[in-house]
Design a protein around this ligand. Structure first.
Ligand code: MEV
Length: 440
């Protein structure tokens, strides 16, 4: 069937949208409609809340929310909420938490909380006149944004700096107003973007009256005004340490374990192919917490990976070393997170996640999230250098297949035991399952 573009789609009701979709794309429209609507929440108010997060909502897309208890961070115990679809991640976090619990736990600190936004503009005149104009207009830029910044300033935040940057050696006529912000417990995207748009419009319009500009120099043209998700100075550190001999894990002598562990992080430091996967494992932990706490995981992902490449080559976000018989493992990453505003007030499960964490400040959440990343990386490297990761994954894979087959709890227990020393494949599970059911 040739499909035709649809007109006025956003004006249709939810039900009409689903009908159109089902008829246009699905072999069995009634079945599709039934499934889409099955995922609606019976609580109409709750459903409406979710419907209104985005546009053209047709249903809900569930992700599991798991918890990883026993995280000792700066001597305080946390249970960390994790929203993620990948099996083994939460189990790995819980295992790493337990392991470090008996060894002093995790230690963290916030290195900085500076957010960034830029007004990118074109100016094709004398750079010195532009610099003089900028200095003369700068106080006015702060003044013009006062209405937006008043509340934030009262609480100790606001615009921290506005700087003119000449980028013409890279792109003819290209300059920036490079602005930094303190947004306290808010992620601050709306705040920053509103400030930038106001600065941009003031900067463009005052130029019209600046006497030292020639007629053509008055023509400052703003291209875009937007926050940056690259926040290298909004950074957090998390670390663990213990005596080398305490790491005699998984049947491997401590010395060998530590040697291999450090080698694995060194490989990720120098080899981008490995670094990307190494960091992906870290992001398994970080994204799960970011999502559970209603933060923007795309922003965090973009910023973290840019930071991993800040020296011109993509590298590992963690490092491990031994000093005087003590094993150290550390992560340092940029994380722009919020615990007020945005989804944090709206999504009921986000509210519970934040309550579970004891209503953290943004700085505290940065530390908890970095710990989740470090723990995940520890767990992944530990598995990789000892048993390999398939052992854990295969058990989950086996359970997923058994769930699809609607196996009973007793059958599941039997299969876990049966496949302990055998390779799990989809086919072998199905065959064994059929044999078992035939016998019964
Ligand atoms: C899988 O989601 C993550 C790992 O590949 C991470 C790693 O290799 O370090 C296990």
């Amino acid at each position: 069937m040739t499909k035709r573009a649809v007109e006025g789609f956003s004006k249709l009701s939810k039900k009409q949208k689903i009908d159109w979709l089902a008829k246009t794309y699905f072999a069995e429209p009634d079945k599709a409609i039934a499934l889409f609507t099955k995922y609606w929440n019976d609580d109409k108010k709750l459903q409406q809340l979710h419907d209104e997060f985005i546009e053209n909502t047709i249903t809900n897309y569930y992700l599991p929310l798991g918890i990883a208890p026993n995280f000792l961070i700066n001597d305080r115990l946390y249970t960390i909420p994790m929203a993620i679809e990948e099996s083994s991640v939460v189990a790995a976090a819980g295992k790493a938490a337990k392991f470090w619990l008996g060894k002093g736990g995790f230690h963290t600190s916030v290195v900085g909380t500076e957010k960034v936004g830029q007004v990118h503009f074109i100016y094709e005149g004398d750079p010195k006149t532009l610099a003089a104009y900028f200095e003369s207009v700068k106080p006015q830029l702060y003044k013009d944004t006062e209405e937006i910044t008043a509340n934030m300033t009262k609480r100790g935040g606001g615009i921290s700096s506005i700087e003119l940057r000449d980028m013409t050696d890279k792109l003819p006529g290209y300059y920036q107003l490079h602005c930094t912000f303190e947004t306290l417990d808010a992620m601050g995207a709306n705040f920053i973007n509103s400030c930038l748009e106001q600065c941009a419009s003031s900067f463009e319009s005052y130029a019209q009256q600046y006497p030292a500009f020639t007629e053509s120099e008055k023509n400052i043209r703003v291209v875009i005004s937007i926050l940056s998700n690259y926040v290298p100075n909004c950074r957090v550190k998390a670390s663990v340490s213990c005596a080398v001999e305490e790491l005699n894990e998984d049947g491997m002598p401590a010395e060998e374990f530590v040697e291999k562990f450090i080698r694995a992080t060194d490989i990720a430091r120098i080899e981008p192919y490995r670094a990307v996967t190494h960091n992906k494992g870290i992001m398994n932990g970080i994204d799960a917490v970011v999502l559970a706490t209603g933060n923007d995981f795309r922003a965090v992902e973009a910023g973290v990976h840019a930071y991993a490449a800040k020296d011109g080559r993509y590298t590992s976000l963690t490092k491990a070393w031994v000093n005087e018989g003590v094993f150290n493992f550390e992560i340092e990453i940029p994380l722009a997170l919020g615990t007020v505003g945005g989804l944090t007030k709206l999504h009921p499960l986000v509210k519970l996640s934040l309550e579970m964490l004891g209503h953290p400040s943004a700085e505290e959440l940065m530390q908890i999230t970095a710990v989740a990343g470090l723990a995940q990386n520890f767990a992944a490297i530990r598995s990789l250098i000892t048993t390999g990761i398939q052992q854990g994954h295969m058990k989950m894979h086996l359970l997923n297949i058994l769930n699809q087959l609607r196996a009973t709890e007793a059958e599941k227990a039997y299969f876990v035991e049966y496949f302990k020393d055998k390779t799990v494949t989809h086919r072998s599970v199905i065959e064994t399952f059929q044999q078992l059911r035939e016998k019964a």
